[in-house]
Design a protein around this ligand. Structure first.
Ligand code: OFO
Length: 178
């Protein structure tokens, strides 16, 4: 039995995951327009993952006999200074999501809701992976684009495309296991 406060906070997280999906999809559109197809593919795939995060939470709320509620989702930004800015913003966004997940986990302990506490451990592990992933992308971009020639930018895009392919294989593997 979830408390009202926890239902409200879980629904807030549903909407944040939805926003994350929209944010990454919007960023992919910006990348497409700059002919950075590798980055666009990576971000589109990541948007799909965020939708899975949203559905996972949505189902959990329903399974506990409560109403999952989709609220108003704010529009993501459409302008970015550069591809570094795009990935810097993804990293900052993931750090923000981690804080929100941690607050949720803290609330489950305050309310002795060990079932929801257990459920949220998947998100705790996922946030660790995602912060690491986006931080490593920023480091790679900074390394490759030092001097910022277009050729280097092209190499960087290819590297991100390879990461996107690897990520897709991992998602397929996870789906087979679940
Ligand atoms: Fe990017 O992990 Fe969900 O939001």
């Amino acid at each position: 039995m979830l408390s009202e406060k926890l239902v409200e906070r879980l629904n807030h997280q549903v909407n944040l995951e939805y926003y994350s999906a929209n944010l990454y999809l919007q960023m992919s559109s910006w990348c497409e327009l700059k002919s950075l197809q590798g980055c666009a593919q990576f971000l589109r795939q990541h948007a799909d993952e965020e939708m899975q995060h949203m559905h996972h939470l949505f189902r959990y709320i329903n399974e506990t006999g409560n109403m999952a509620v989709l609220g108003e989702i704010k529009a993501p930004p459409t302008e970015y200074k550069s591809v570094v800015d795009v990935f810097q913003q993804t990293y900052e966004h993931e750090c923000y999501i981690t804080k929100e997940i941690n607050n949720l986990v803290h609330l489950t302990l305050e309310e002795s809701d060990y079932s929801t506490h257990h459920f949220l451990q998947w998100y705790v592990a996922e946030q660790h992976e995602e912060e690491h992933l986006f931080h490593s992308i920023i480091q790679k971009i900074e390394l490759i684009t030092e001097g910022s020639s277009n050729k280097r930018l092209f190499i960087m895009d290819k590297a991100i495309q390879q990461m996107a392919k690897k990520q897709r294989r991992l998602v397929k593997k996870r789906r087979k296991l679940s």
